[in-house]
Design a binder for this molecule. Structure first.
Ligand SMILES: [Zn+2]
Length: 507
């Protein structure tokens, strides 16, 4: 019989070579016993029995028995028949499938019938394709010491458990090792193509140049046990993840990656591997987290040509300036990123970048250098001098006192956002932070009951407790808090009572 199952054009059941009886019969077939077949000189067994019944005078001769001796023989035969009869009653067959005992029957035919029925039943379930039933049947004659015959249904059930059913399939070999088997070459090829396709990078300006599997992949056509065949979906998951198992965790209230790691016995590192791009600080309730670290059987390499724009960082120039006190560093011009168009060849393995070769770069916009002034002016003592100077130069847009039915506790100086706001006198920072309608506010205590307030800033450069000297830049102006536009709100207070700053400002 041809062992290649594919070559059967009828799609019918093909038993394996060793499918049918390989019986281990005794020296003769007791079931078929009858006198006519009985040949004394061939039966040592009978001789033994005869000896046992102590017929010592009996002597064998194949031919030419004397009349007297013939009489003796008929007596002996009778005895033998009785013995053989008992033996028939006590004889059965142990049945083995593929070397595994599956039961005991009275006759060989029962075993043969059972396997034949089973084979037919199995065949009926696979009408669409060839299958190969692997069932090496062994029958061994045994004495039945007790009544231990196996019921036919039980026998078939036991047989079924040990029968191997194979179908012609395609085994995907990766790097020379079988990884999985799937029905049909077409499906196997689709599987590999789909896996490759799943790594095709997409996005604007990306062109896939090449895509291939790094390992040597072969498709081997062979008969495979049906229990080892994978359906397409499982095969896909198996190749990519190393398992068909799926385990997903749903984020609950109060969860952190660390808690999930501890409660599920998986390291935080593995969780991050299993969930690329996960942000441990931004877990959301209901978010699904993959709990299985993929261990792919293959490496899909993609080579893409990507065109993208990239920021060009700016430089910073530091310049000494006598406008600011020593220790102050003030940005006098903000830097700005430049822009360039880049074309690169990017090689990824299973979606993870391994190399990037820049092919071309074009500057679209030059970066703007940031300028920082480093103060060199010797600072005055960090305490109140008793006189106050303007915190910044600008048009006074609102004076002190009652205005539109409300008391204005200071003066407003119109300033562009980002203008340095300087301490009106030396002292200690009493407050630096956000304060209601004042926005970002600095309060400096100058001693002798005097305090100055600087409101609506965009940035604070001091903190509570800092000692500042007169003229030190403490903030950059802005329009935080309750304002209609960028300006500095400046107050002078004496023992907590706002006074008109104009009367205290000396320059
Ligand atoms: Zn004001």
């Amino acid at each position: 019989m041809d062992e290649t199952p594919n070559k059967n054009p009828l799609g019918r059941l093909i038993p394996e070579k060793n499918h049918f009886l390989r019986t281990n019969l005794g020296r003769f077939n007791l079931r078929k016993f009858n006198l006519a077949e009985f040949s004394l000189n061939k039966l040592n067994l009978v001789k033994r029995k005869i000896k046992k019944i102590d017929l010592t005078r009996f002597s064998f001769s194949r031919f030419g028995l004397s009349g007297k001796k013939a009489g003796v023989i008929s007596v002996v035969l009778l005895v033998v028949l009785v013995i053989v009869g008992i033996q028939v009653y006590n004889t059965g067959y142990d049945v083995y499938i593929n070397g595994i005992p599956v039961g005991t029957v009275r006759s060989k035919a029962e075993a043969k019938d059972a396997i034949a029925e089973l084979t037919q039943e199995i065949g009926a379930g696979y009408e669409t394709g060839d299958i190969v039933v692997g069932a090496a049947l062994d029958i061994k004659k045994v004495k039945l010491s007790d009544n231990r015959l196996t019921d036919k249904d039980v026998l078939k059930k036991n047989m079924m458990k040990n029968i191997s059913i194979k179908r012609p399939a395609v085994t995907v070999m990766i790097g020379g090792s079988p990884v999985l088997s799937i029905m049909g070459r077409e499906q196997a090829e689709k599987l590999l193509e789909d896996i490759k396709a799943s790594f095709i990078p997409d996005g604007k300006g990306i062109e896939t140049d090449r895509i291939y599997i790094k390992e040597k992949v072969e498709l081997l056509e062979q008969a495979v046990d049906i229990n080892k065949l994978m359906i397409y979906e499982d095969a896909y998951k198996f190749l990519l993840n190393g398992t068909t198992e799926e385990k997903v965790y749903t984020v609950k209230k109060g969860d952190s990656l660390w808690l999930i790691s501890r409660n599920n016995n998986i390291s935080v590192e593995d969780l991050e591997k299993a969930n690329p791009g996960i942000s441990p600080k931004r877990l959301q309730i209901g978010q699904k987290i993959n709990m299985i670290v993929p261990k792919p059987f293959l490496t899909v390499v993609t080579e893409e040509i990507a065109t993208y724009s990239e920021k060009i960082p700016f430089d910073t120039d530091y310049k000494q300036s006598s406008e600011f006190y020593k220790g102050e560093s003030i940005i006098t011009k903000y830097g700005k990123y430049g822009k360039k168009e880049v074309t690169a060849r990017i090689i990824k393995e299973n979606g993870v970048e391994v190399t990037r070769e820049i092919l071309e770069e074009t500057v679209v916009e030059e970066p703007v250098t940031r300028l920082v002034a480093l103060g060199i002016k010797p600072p005055p003592p960090r305490q109140g001098t008793g006189t106050f100077s303007y915190p910044a130069r600008g048009r006074i847009t609102s004076g002190f006192g009652w205005r539109w039915g409300r008391r204005h506790n200071g003066i407003d100086i119109a300033l562009n956002s980002g203008t340095p706001v300087k301490a009106s006198d030396g002292g200690t920072v009493k407050f630096a932070g956000n304060y209601g309608g004042y926005g970002l506010l600095v309060i400096i205590d100058h001693g002798e009951g005097y305090e100055t307030y600087y409101g609506h800033n965009s940035k604070l450069l001091v903190k509570k407790g800092d000692k500042v000297h007169k003229g030190q830049t403490v903030a950059l102006s802005g329009s935080t808090g309750n304002t209609t536009g960028p300006h500095l709100h400046f107050e002078v207070r004496k023992f907590g009572v706002p006074v008109n700053p104009i009367q205290y400002l000396d320059q």
